[in-house]
Ligand binder design. Structure first.
Ligand SMILES: Cc1cc2nc3c(=O)[nH]c(=O)nc-3n(C[C@H](O)[C@H](O)[C@H](O)COP(=O)(O)OP(=O)(O)OC[C@H]3O[C@@H](n4cnc5c(N)ncnc54)[C@H](O)[C@@H]3O)c2cc1C
Length: 368
């Protein structure tokens, strides 16, 4: 925890600059590799630390307090490895190969989103196609939102396989012929995640690189590792709260005899922020604990999605309150609150989406 705290504080120094420039901070991901952070979710069965979801959430929240874009990006890598470590349908030699690669510092992520499917959690069929030619798979297509694209070593790419009438997942290395990144990421939120387009032009892979088949939309599985997402947004909320509390303790306009922290309306907002943070944190860590506990995991239903919903919406509300406390200064370009405000919005468009969470809760109510 201490180590990640130091890295988070260090990353914070340049987070505003990276955001302003829309610059992908590859050196920060390298620092995480060097610190052994990227290998933490390799399962113990494969010589890794086998970190729990709870610990991942704890570390990711701290990292996001310093640099939310880096936390969200590396969170995808940690969660993909953690999820696979719990069991997978991969060829076991290929899985051992990838865990060895991650132990050596390789970073991976899923490239599942496409312009025509939107969120893969909706179950759309990928436009990216995989066709068998001369005993090998040949892939063609374009993926959008490929977070960490400029530093990924491996991508898990979804592709439609016409001959099998199903979607497969292929393990692709960044240096394979036909793999390229088009730098399309031009968003106002999470600007430093480098979530560019991944292009696949006649990318040829052997049969053992077809590692998974998707039965049903992504996101239909109970996957506690996705709690890395709310962890990042909780980090933003905590950073916004810390800023506002510091500001209210120090800002002393000459119309008052002391700092604005004595103003009842400011104290009211600070108290409300504390309450929202407390609720969000409780729900998130309880969901993580429930998932980590083998006895309780079988009972997990909507808790994971609900935690994501509650935390991301709390983050939006907490950042809003922090900005109201700070006043117009919160809109200055060099004020971190305006970055938190933009970054927190991205949480709404990470899975599971709010309507899906609410729909699932309603379905469970009617099924019970
Ligand atoms: C910062 C960031 C990082 C990301 N990183 C990655 C990554 O590393 N890899 C990756 O694969 N993806 C990534 N994504 C993509 C993400 O998972 C979503 O696929 C993406 O944000 C698009 O979601 P959407 O809801 O806007 O899109 P859409 O699914 O197109 O939805 C747009 C609108 O249409 C509605 N809609 C569309 N289809 C349906 C439906 N069937 N039923 C009901 N409503 C529907 C939605 O509710 C929404 O209002 C990232 C996204 C962000 C913001």
């Amino acid at each position: 925890m201490e180590k990640i705290g130091l890295l988070a504080d260090d990353f914070q120094e340049t987070a505003a600059h990276d955001d302003e420039q829309g610059r992908f901070p590859a050196e920060k991901i390298q620092a995480l590799r060097d610190a052994g952070y990227t290998a933490l979710t390799v399962p113990a069965s494969h010589g890794g630390a086998g970190m729990s979801v709870y610990d991942m959430v704890l570390l990711q929240e701290r990292l996001a307090q310093g640099d939310a874009a880096v936390a969200l990006g590396i969170g995808w890598h940690l969660s993909v490895m953690g999820e696979l470590g719990e069991g997978n349908s991969w060829n076991q030699d290929v899985f051992t190969f990838i865990t060895d690669e991650v132990k050596k510092g390789a970073v991976l992520n899923r490239a599942a989103t496409e312009a025509q499917t939107g969120s893969p959690t909706r179950g759309g069929r990928p436009g990216t196609a995989a066709v068998k030619q001369d005993g090998k798979w040949v892939l063609n297509g374009r993926k959008t939102f490929t977070t960490l694209s400029l530093t990924l070593d491996y991508m898990l790419v979804t592709a439609w396989i016409e001959e099998k009438q199903t979607t497969g997942v292929f393990l692709i290395h960044k240096d394979q012929a036909g793999v390229s990144i088009e730098e399309t990421w031009d968003m106002i939120a999470m600007k430093a995640t480098g979530s560019h387009d991944l292009l696949l032009q006649h990318v040829t892979v052997s049969d053992d690189r077809l590692v998974e088949f998707l039965n049903g939309p992504r996101g239909s599985k109970v996957n506690g590792w996705l709690l890395h997402i709310p962890a990042a947004y909780l980090g933003i909320a905590q950073a916004a709260r810390d800023y506002a509390v510091r500001f209210a303790s120090e800002y002393s306009p000459n119309s008052l005899n002391g700092p604005i922290k004595e103003v009842p309306a400011v104290r009211q907002r600070v108290g409300e922020m504390e309450l929202e943070l407390l609720k969000a944190r409780q729900v998130l860590f309880t969901a993580a604990q429930m998932y980590d506990d083998p006895q309780r995991r079988q009972y997990v239903k909507s808790e994971l999605g609900a935690a994501k919903y509650i935390v991301t919406n709390a983050a939006l509300s907490i950042v809003d309150k922090a900005m109201r406390i700070t006043g117009a200064k919160s809109l200055e370009r060099n004020n971190p609150l305006q970055r938190y405000y933009r970054d927190a919005r991205a949480g709404l468009h990470n899975p599971p989406m709010d309507d899906a969470v609410i729909g699932k809760l309603a379905a469970e109510a009617f099924d019970s």
